[in-house]
Design a protein around this ligand. Structure first.
Ligand code: FAD
Length: 468
């Protein structure tokens, strides 16, 4: 048992929260999104929440935790939905939310503290220089930039710019190690892959330099189709129109739009499939002409509506990415979701085949994105959940058909990702966190180097085995 009293003495002057209820609340994220994770992680809680305001304070915290052998789980604002920010071994929940300084906004780039909220950066960049982030999660209003890079993957803007891990979408990260004498490292280029989407298991991001792009007054448009594959084919073709500038290109299958997008219901018809877009104003005429040619019905065009029609309506991106499932869950708590890649160039054939196989049980949701220079789609299909076994069967079928699933019902990097060791992240963990104190239980390769990813079993962290 670590000596928390001694730890507290060592970090005196830095904000600590030990109220049991608040600590438990700050030990949680959106893990409950998954019925599987909800059951497994319900009892997880840290011992203390520590909130440094500067890198110097953060280094003091890490140094003290290292000395006393206390696990440290970093946290932005806890909007991750795989339990990434949950302290499986207890210890310190390290809140980065107070390191929220916007340090520089320059042509094409910004430098910020990890705790800056994505939409705050967008607001400041737009105000100062007419720019915005290339991409942000649909949780932009609550999520931090550091949490997005450490725990997210892409989102609104990925239809133009690809994912966060693609070259050029992060410029530089400053990362502090968990050693006797913590070091602050500047990572660029290939080295960024050591810590992007590593769930904070191998270093704490203390500064982010990221690219900015021109900001526009994006126009939200919803296009409706009677047939799901017509909607998917239209979105695929729209994504390939290089002259039309989009920030979002999302397909949601019936019955979800009418049934789940309650505030937009008056614009939609029952049984319609929708394509939800954010269109640059200078592209709107071309977009409407293209849509007319493809036979889509313009169900909603924000630019044509009066102020009173728009009151209370969420922005388009809050119907997309993981928000689609969130809206579904509010209406039908029995649904859950999966994450799929439909690889180029067979994406439409795969979408069609799997759509037919699971009609009635899986409600399709596609996000068209640029992926290695091609347009293809990710899926975040909603699933009418019955049992964990049935969910696994569905996952198996998708994998077998060539549409790999990134399982959102697992809390480890590997099981939620490529189901293999990421040697680069593992090697960096050996160097940067030799005692294995950062976010324990999230990297299987560290906890159990011989683990057989082909075994078909679900990996269970030993800390949780004890708790359970
Ligand atoms: P947290 O959840 O607090 O942390 C995320 C991970 O990063 C954790 O492992 C944490 O330990 C680690 N971490 C946090 N800060 C640091 C740091 N400074 N250094 C090292 N590690 C750190 N994700 C997307 O990618 N795209 C989406 O469009 C998207 N939409 C979402 C919609 C909904 C409704 C929900 C619930 C989630 C969505 N997410 C999405 C997931 C999540 O909201 C984003 O990834 C978000 O950017 C995470 O930011 P956060 O501040 O909440 O991070």
């Amino acid at each position: 048992m670590a000596d928390l009293q001694a730890l507290r003495a060592d970090i005196e002057g830095i904000r600590i929260e030990d109220n049991e209820k608040i600590v438990q609340q700050k030990s949680r994220d959106f893990y409950w999104y998954s019925p599987v994770l909800k059951e497994r992680l319900e009892a997880v809680t840290g011992d203390l929440v520590v909130s440094p305001k500067t890198e110097a304070e953060l280094i003091r915290v890490l140094k003290a935790c290292y000395r006393h052998g206390v696990p440290v789980t970093p946290r932005g604002t806890g909007t991750g939905n795989y339990g990434q920010a949950m302290p499986l071994s207890g210890g310190v929940v390290l809140s980065l939310a107070d390191m929220n300084e916007i340090r520089e906004i320059a042509p094409g780039r910004a430098v910020v503290g990890p705790g800056v909220i994505c939409s705050d950066l967008d607001k400041a960049a737009r105000f100062e220089s007419g720019q915005e982030m290339r991409m942000h999660p649909s949780t932009a209003h609550t999520a931090t930039v550091g949490g997005f890079i450490a725990g997210g993957s892409g989102g609104v803007g990925s239809t133009r710019w690809g994912g966060l891990r693609d070259f050029g979408n992060v410029i530089r990260l400053r990362v502090v190690t968990m050693e006797e004498e913590p070091r602050a490292l500047e990572l660029t280029g290939e080295d960024l892959h050591k810590v992007t989407h590593a769930y904070g298991t191998n270093g704490i991001i203390t500064e982010v330099e990221l690219p900015l792009t021109a900001a526009y007054d994006w126009v939200d448009v919803i296009v409706a189709f009677d047939d799901f594959m017509e909607a998917a084919t239209y979105a695929n073709a729209l994504g390939r129109q290089d002259g039309i500038l989009l920030k979002l290109n999302t397909v949601v299958a019936a019955p979800a739009p009418f049934d789940y997008f309650k505030r937009h219901q008056k614009f939609l018809k029952e049984g319609e499939n929708t394509v939800i877009c954010m269109v640059a104003p200078q592209s709107l005429d071309a977009f409407l002409a293209f849509t007319r040619r493809e036979g889509g019905r313009i169900a909603f065009n924000r630019s044509e509506l009066a102020e009173e029609d728009l009151r209370g309506l969420p922005v388009a991106y809050e119907l997309a990415w993981n928000h689609t499932t969130l809206r579904g869950l509010r209406v039908d708590p029995a649904i859950t979701y999966l994450q799929v890649l439909y690889p180029f160039p067979d994406q439409l054939a795969l979408v069609s085949k799997l759509h037919e196989m699971f009609e009635g049980e899986v409600i399709d949701h596609l996000e068209f994105v640029r992926f290695d220079g091609d347009i293809t789609c990710f899926g975040l299909p909603m699933v009418r959940y019955s049992t964990e076994e049935r969910l696994d069967e569905i996952i198996e079928t998708f994998n077998r058909e060539g549409a790999p699933i990134f399982n959102p019902h697992r809390y480890t990097l590997e099981e939620g990702g490529m189901k293999q060791t990421d040697e680069i992240q593992l090697a960096f963990k050996r160097e940067a966190d030799p005692r294995g104190l950062l976010n324990p239980g999230k990297m299987i390769a560290w906890e159990n180097p011989d683990y057989d990813f082909d075994s078909g079993a679900v990996w269970l962290f030993k800390g949780l085995q004890k708790a359970g």
